[in-house]
Write a protein that binds this ligand. Structure first.
Ligand SMILES: Cc1ncc(COP(=O)(O)O)c(C=O)c1O
Length: 447
């Protein structure tokens, strides 16, 4: 397609002012927009038809690659068959089918799936289930929620309260009461340039014992962590850390919630990180990869015992007063089923696992480039910390992301002065090389 044809096919909006763009510096964007009009497999295309290699699976979500034919066909067919069915008091068949398929992928007795439309709603849902669960079983004093510094659980009030990103919290008042935080697991001095899980840091889980001692276990409902913190720059868990958290939670009958919105659906080479680490949480949150980003969807998988605790009282009475108009939306369920088929048929989780060593080696090739302070990898992810430019924190990684898009044709994520990469799981070895060649040139350019 010629550039002229491309411009005719994808009309370029001539007024950028109305749209208030989320988590984006709006004025800078509108001066030099990064517009994406089309996508296929590993690539985005600008309105002019310029290809941009997707180094980030969109926002950590298009794990099966872009615009895959079976997913597109499933969404089209579903739109023609059933647009919407009420999410309360009624249900459509694909919601049950998808829930069973998700449960089959989850470890142990994590068999009960509550659908939401996003990771943020999954966070609220998991926290509310935890509080209600203790209430229903007669321990209503357990109201305290424990998150972690540098954790990200979306942008609802629940998620930002247990989350640990200062900028996401400081403008929004007193947040939820009764929240405490574990320390971050990241320590550059002890962990710099580690492939996979760092050796140092399991002892940081013991901080949970200190928090329990301070508040008493009888007041604590749940601990929520990402097995690997993605949004604050890829922080893999230290070896043994998650196992320790599980043991402490067991000791005090505190629920353990894994936020697997990023780590779910193959990102770390397994259906869920819980499997990679051999740790069974009480709830798993998911989103993003469930539909490979094609239709918004999220959810919470709960252990049988949690669900069963709610199944008491008169049968005509709602057991959990919670849900969304678009929970288990037909389009999302159709997309989810087609996506899970693709993951299975193309063995994409296994593919990610097999590629991990090559990915990690290629990533570590950035070591020694100007301003590179640390590189962390796990599964098909990497976080590269760059030295901040004096007086302008965040500007160097922002410049890298911009330059990557406009000059190198690569999509990268920036968070503070960290670059994060997480390609679709269909990435080829040649494309891994291409990604890191491009990123290396960008890092040199913004030095
Ligand atoms: C770990 C984690 N939890 C929750 C969310 C929030 O998901 P959403 O943006 O779909 O609300 C994200 C988004 O990046 C995430 O990474």
């Amino acid at each position: 397609m010629s550039t002229k044809q491309a411009i005719q096919t994808f009309a370029v909006p001539n007024d950028l002012e109305s749209f208030w763009i989320p988590f984006t510096p709006n004025r800078a964007f509108k001066r030099a927009p990064r517009l994406i009009a089309r996508a296929k497999d590993m690539h985005y295309f600008t309105p002019e038809g310029r290809a941009v290699l997707d180094g980030t699976a969109g926002l950590w979500c298009t794990n099966a690659g872009h615009n895959r034919d079976p997913i597109v066909a499933a969404i089209q067919a579903q739109a023609a068959e059933l647009d919407y069915a009420p999410a309360f008091q009624f249900a459509h068949p694909k919601s049950f089918e998808l829930a069973s398929r998700v449960a089959a992928l989850a470890p142990a007795d994590l068999n009960r799936v509550f659908f939401t439309n996003s990771g943020s709603e999954a966070a609220d849902t998991a926290l509310k289930i935890a509080l209600a669960y203790h209430n229903v079983r007669g321990e209503g004093s357990r109201t305290r929620l424990i998150g972690r510094e540098r954790g990200y659980h979306g942008v609802g009030f629940g998620g930002i309260s247990v989350g640990g990103i200062v900028a996401n919290r400081k403008f929004f008042g007193s947040l939820l009461a009764g929240v405490d935080h574990l320390p971050t697991t990241y320590n550059r001095e002890h962990q710099a340039f580690t492939k996979g899980e760092p050796d140092w840091g399991a002892h940081l889980a013991d901080e949970l014992e200190r928090i329990v001692a301070l508040h008493d276990a009888s007041t604590i409902a749940a601990v929520i962590v990402e097995p690997m913190s993605g949004s604050t720059g890829v922080l893999p868990p230290p070896k043994g850390y998650l196992q320790k958290l599980r043991a402490i939670c067991d000791r005090h009958r505190i629920l353990l919630i894994f936020d697997e919105v990023i780590t779910g659906f193959g990102r770390l080479g397994y259906a869920f990180a819980a499997e990679r680490y051999g740790v069974t949480p009480d709830m798993i949150m998911f989103a993003k990869g469930i539909t490979s980003g094609s239709v918004p969807m999220g959810g919470v998988i709960a252990r049988d015992g949690i669900y069963e605790t709610f199944m008491r009282g008169p049968e005509h009475v709602v057991e959990l007063f919670h849900g969304y108009t678009y929970s288990a939306h037909p389009l999302a369920c159709a997309a989810g089923l087609a996506t899970l088929d693709l993951y299975r048929d193309e063995r994409l989780f296994e593919r990610a696992k097999a590629l991990e060593p090559k990915w990690a080696d290629a990533a570590m090739g950035l070591k020694g480039l100007p301003g590179v302070l640390d590189i962390r990898t796990v599964g098909l992810t990497v976080g590269v910390d760059l030295a901040a430019r004096p007086g302008t924190p965040g500007l160097r990684a922002y410049a890298a992301m911009e330059r990557g898009f406009h000059d190198e044709g690569i999509m990268m994520r920036n968070t503070a002065d960290t670059i994060a990469l997480s390609p679709p799981l269909i990435v080829s070895e040649a494309q891994i090389g291409e990604i890191f060649d491009k990123v290396a040139r960008v890092i040199e350019a913004v030095a």
